[in-house]
Design a protein around this ligand. Structure first.
Ligand SMILES: Nc1ncnc2c1ncn2[C@@H]1O[C@H](COP(=O)(O)OP(=O)(O)OP(=O)(O)O)[C@@H](O)[C@H]1O
Ligand SMILES: [Mg+2]
Length: 336
């Protein structure tokens, strides 16, 4: 059995619709309701030790899924098993197995020094002293938190607080760590620190990580596997590399010629931009290789320098989001 098993999971929210142009009391009393299908038949499994990116556009259903996996929300349908527990029915048992960070919320006490928040969590979760001390020491060392352990949480920078949040989630060394936008609002240095920490955690402690983010850098650096969800349904579940190969069809050859020239005319490429001696040639992976194209350009002009631009993972994901829920991709079996 996989560590996390999600089968045909769904969640609807009943929301009040504003009465349209209605007048009078009766109209107001007869409120209209609509069901939002936040999560709509999602199935996946995560094996122990995996680090999986759970991504999708705003409102896709990511946070709702994570809330059901932690037991905060009760599913409307489907089956869930996390570390052998049914989250919403066995929240207390599950709490020992999971750690959670919601980037937009805090689990720390605003007015207390960080260290005191950790102490309180130790008591709340009955973490044995030795384990608490070892976990805290490791986090403090790896995330360089020594300098601000005595600082009240409200005075911490966002990057410092996020390191505190991660530590708080890990004091009882959970088998599973759920992260909902852990790098939101952080600068590049702070992001890099958190990514390095998560890599080490996954490698050394074998912690299973399910990560939600809008930062494709997080995904590229951390996750071999991604699950893409949109409008409550899964669009893709599989390795990141084949996804790139499949959607990153168009590449660009950027050549610096020895002198300015009119747009080059070479087979299988379109000049999309010219700036002095530099030209941008767009070409498709299936039609020609970069080597063949470069040879063709070299026959037409003298090349001083060149590079080949691959589409970024952002471009790839953008294309998939734009395709939307109408297009679901067959997935390759995920790495176990
Ligand atoms: N408590 C709630 N009551 C009503 N609707 C909700 C509630 N929580 C979420 N929704 C709706 O469910 C859908 C999915 O929301 P969710 O927060 O899971 O999206 P998300 O993928 O986490 O988006 P984001 O990237 O913006 O965080 C949205 O349409 C949202 O408005
Ligand atoms: Mg969210």
């Amino acid at each position: 059995m996989a560590l996390i098993e999600v089968e045909n999971l769904s969640k609807q929210f009943r929301v009040a619709r504003k009465p349209e142009g209605g007048r009078g009391r009766l109209r107001r009393l007869r409120r209209d309701f609509a069901d939002v299908h936040a999560v709509d038949g999602v199935s996946f499994a995560v094996e122990a030790g995996e680090m999986v990116g759970y991504i999708g556009p705003n409102g896709a259903g990511k946070s709702t899924t994570i809330k059901m996996l932690t037991g905060i929300l009760v599913p409307s349908g489907g089956r869930l098993s996390v570390a052998g527990f049914e989250p919403s029915r066995q929240r207390r048992e599950l709490a020992r197995q999971i750690g959670v960070v919601f980037g937009q919320r805090t689990q720390l006490w605003w007015d207390l020094p960080l260290a005191d928040s950790f102490d309180l969590l130790k008591h709340i979760y009955h973490v044995p002293m030795a384990r608490f001390a070892a976990n805290l020491e490791r986090c403090v060392e790896l995330m360089e938190m020594g300098e601000f352990l005595r600082t009240p949480v409200r005075q911490l920078s966002l990057g410092q607080r996020m390191r505190g949040e991660l530590t708080a989630a890990l004091l009882h060394d959970p088998a599973i760590l759920y992260l909902d936008e852990p790098t939101i609002g952080l600068d590049v240095v702070a992001k890099a620190r958190i990514r390095a920490f998560l890599t080490a955690l996954n490698r050394d402690a074998g912690t299973t990580v399910l990560l939600t983010t809008h930062d494709m850098g997080d995904i590229e650096r951390l996750c071999r596997r991604v699950i893409i969800i949109d409008r409550g349904g899964i669009l893709y579940d599989g390795a990141l590399d084949p996804l790139k190969a499949r959607f990153a069809i168009e590449r660009t050859l950027v050549v610096d010629l020895e002198e300015p020239a009119p747009p080059l005319e070479v087979p299988f490429a379109i000049v999309e931009r010219v700036e002095g001696p530099r030209q941008w040639l767009r070409f498709q992976r299936e039609q020609t290789s970069a080597a063949d194209l470069i040879a063709a350009v070299a026959r037409a002009a003298h090349i001083a320098d060149l590079r080949v631009d691959e589409p970024s993972i952002e471009d790839v994901v953008l294309r998939i989001y734009a395709g939307g829920a109408g297009e679901r991709f067959s997935s390759t079996p995920s790495p176990g």
